[in-house]
Each structure stands twice: as C-alpha cells, then as structure tokens.
Design a protein around this ligand. Structure first.
Ligand SMILES: NC(=O)C1=CN([C@@H]2O[C@H](COP(=O)(O)OP(=O)(O)OC[C@H]3O[C@@H](n4cnc5c(N)ncnc54)[C@H](OP(=O)(O)O)[C@@H]3O)[C@@H](O)[C@H]2O)C=CC1
Ligand SMILES: N[C@@H](CC(=O)OP(=O)(O)O)C(=O)O
Length: 343
C-alpha cells in the first residue's frame, strides 16, 4: 500500500478546523500528522484546547495530539489545510508555501490573486494549471490553492451546467446558517427569533468569485466569465446549511424542464476521489424542498440540492456550508491535486 500523505490542519480548533478533522480522520489517502492553532492552544492536547462541537465523537487518534503554533518549522506535513482567519492567512499561508508546503486554503486571503487557483473540482479543475504560473512568479517551492466562499461554491456548481445557455445576469438572495460565522461569530441573543440582513463582505465575494471560477484558463491567466451578478446575503437561525434563491437571465431562454435536465445531467466524473459525492446536484421535485434540516447531509454533506425550478429562470439551492462550503471543498481539492500528481 502507498504511504499516506501527511496532512496538517492550520486553525484546527475552529468550526472549519473541526470539519477538517472529521473529513481526514478516516481518509484513505491522508493521515493527520499536525494540528496547529493560536498560542492560546499551542502546547496543549487537542482534547483540552478545542471545544469539540460536532455530533460525532472526537477521533481517539486526534484527542491526545499536541497542538503546535502555525509555524512551518513546527508542522510536519506534505500538505496543510488552512482554516485560519483571513487576516492571518495572508502571511501564514505564504510562509508555508515558501517552505515547500502545498497549502489548500479555505480562507479568502488569496482567492482573487491572479496567480492563485480558486477551484471547485467539478467546475474548473483545469485552473490548477495556475500553480506553475504562481511558482514561477513568486519563486516558491510550495504553492497555495484556494476554495471559494461557502455561498459561492453552491451557486457556481449550479451555474456551471447552465453556462451553455449563455448566462447574462444572475440575482441571488442567501439565507445563511450561523455556523458560517464560526462558533463565536453570532450571539444567540442576536440571531434567535430574528433574521440579520447583512454579512460583512459576503455580497462582494459572491459578486466576484463566480466570474473567476467560471472563467477560462488560457495557460497563463484566467479570463473572467462575462455576466452580471447581484447578491443579497442574510443570516438566519439555522445551524448548518446555506439556502439560496436564484434568478437567472440566459441568452437562449431555456424552459424550466431544460434547466432541470441540465442539472440532472451534470456529472463531471472526477474519477473516484474519496470525497466526491455520487451526485453533485440532487434535483428535488417536491414543492417545498430543498430544506437545510432535511437535505444538508446528502452525499455526506457534499451534494447540493436544487428545487423549485420555475419560469424566469428561478430556483432554490441548498448545501452544507462547513462541509461542501468549506472543509470538504478543500479536501476534494487536495484529492484532485494528488490525482494530478501535484502532491
Ligand atoms: N465557517 C464557515 O462556514 C466557513 C469559514 N471559512 C473560513 O475559514 C476560516 C476559519 O473559519 P472558522 O473555523 O469559522 O473560524 P473559527 O473562529 O471557528 O476558528 C479560527 C481558528 O483559527 C485559530 N486562530 C485564531 N487566531 C489565531 C492566531 N492569532 N494564530 C494562530 N491561529 C489562530 C483558532 O485557534 P484557537 O482556538 O487557538 O484560537 C481557530 O483554530 C476563516 O477564514 C473563514 O472565513 C470559509 C468558508 C466557510
Ligand atoms: N462568510 C461566510 C463564511 C466565511 O467565512 O466566508 P469566507 O470564507 O468567504 O470568509 C458565512 O458567514 O457564512
């Protein structure tokens, strides 16, 4: 059997870090070899530093591991998964890439840099070609790849099969779960019995990231897709699962049934990546689906459910924000890197 790939997690104690542990603990290719977090946690056993909040048991092999600081000389790994606050990610992820690590980042710090791949494997696997451009530009031995914002990931997975109809304009309104803000992110007194019609910087990310993701890689740069996006983002009292209502104008004016068929036939076949769901998009024909409580764990949290496809074109989508929208997305990216021989 091949040697496992050594994996480190930066920000291992946080909401997304815990999802990384869940995704990597029994992974057939990766083995968790380092857990890193702030100086508050460094030196402690994981079970004593982290407030484990998932409804699965903390894996035994992780519980007693000692947390190290986010320093490349302290981390023993081939690839590091980053779930750091974005402000910190800017310097720390570059430090790791300079020292030869492959960095699969969940943070927003590098997503829109021209030579950094922003990838959803089912949407734009070919953009990983930017790694060589990045290493040439920056002289790094390692590299950084990123996955998009959680709401963007679900949206672009549904836009990809509609690109053939000539997308001209997309309007989207989100209803985002509180786990998206991290455990300390939204006070219960603020969100219970309430909806908050503002999530800092979220609308800007949703209006820019999809154009890069759906753009064309010409061997040296990405030429952005050419359509307009407008987003309105709302925080709702749901634990996990972002729901989005989408309105799209398309040049070919497809019928709802043509759109439904495009979703059903969207089957990118990445080739047996362990985290790849059987179906990327699950089409629900019931009038009251998708719903976060009923649909967020489909495909082990990696499928995106779509429904209410109506004239306009209008539809509703829903996906698990900390799995498909965060840790699962980074792990899938790293699996693709391995399959392409880049790890
Ligand atoms: N939650 C979500 O749905 C999504 C989150 N993201 C992104 O992922 C990243 C992590 O988010 P989330 O898990 O929610 O955040 P949390 O606040 O839950 O976790 C933050 C993590 O970073 C560590 N950390 C904080 N400050 C420092 C520091 N100064 N030095 C070293 N480590 C530090 C924390 O360690 P300690 O416990 O020791 O303080 C903790 O492990 C963010 O960039 C976020 O924007 C992306 C997509 C979705
Ligand atoms: N802002 C998202 C989560 C997040 O952290 O996004 P980003 O990775 O783009 O910073 C939410 O609150 O649901």
């Amino acid at each position: 059997m091949a040697e496992p790939i050594r994996a480190g997690i930066l920000g291992a104690t946080g909401a997304v870090g815990q999802r990384f542990i869940q995704a990597l603990a029994d992974h057939p290719w990766f083995e968790i070899t380092s857990l890193a977090a702030s100086e508050r946690s460094a030196g402690k056993k994981y079970k004593n530093a982290a407030n484990w909040r998932l409804d699965e048991k903390l894996p035994d092999e992780v519980a007693d591991m000692e947390i190290v600081s986010v320093d490349p000389t302290k981390v023993d790994a081939d690839v590091v998964f980053s779930a750091l606050p974005s402000s910190l990610a800017k310097t720390v992820e570059a430090d790791f890439a300079k020292k030869g690590f492959a960095v699969a980042s969940n943070a927003s710090a590098y997503r829109m840099e021209k030579d950094v791949p922003l990838v959803v494997p089912e949407v734009n696997a070919d953009h990983l070609g930017l790694i060589e451009v990045q290493q040439d530009n920056r002289g790094w031995d390692g590299y950084i790849i990123t996955n998009p914002n959680c709401s963007t990931i679900m949206l672009v997975a549904t836009l990809k099969p509609l690109m053939k109809f000539g997308i001209q304009n997309v309007n989207v309104a989100t209803m985002q779960a509180i786990s998206g803000a991290g455990y300390e992110g939204v006070a219960s007194m603020a969100i219970l019995d309430n909806v908050i019609p503002y999530i800092g910087s979220e609308e800007e990310k949703m209006e820019t990231e999809p154009l890069k993701l759906l753009g064309e890689f010409n061997g040296s740069e990405i030429i952005d897709a050419d359509f307009k996006l407008s987003a309105a983002c709302n925080r709702v009292p749901v634990m996990d699962g972002h729901t989005e209502t989408v309105w799209i104008t398309m040049r070919d004016d497809p019928t709802p049934e043509q759109v439904r068929q495009a979703f059903l036939n969207f089957n990118p076949h990445l080739g047996d990546l362990p985290t790849e769901p059987d179906q990327v998009l699950i089409v629900r024909d019931e009038p009251d689906r998708p719903q976060p409580r009923l649909d967020r764990n489909m495909g082990n949290g990696m499928s995106i459910s779509v429904g209410r496809i109506r004239e306009g074109i209008r539809y509703v989508l829903m996906g698990h924000n900390t799995i498909r929208g965060a840790a699962g997305a980074s792990v899938l990216n790293a699996e693709l890197l391995h399959k392409q021989g880049k790890l």
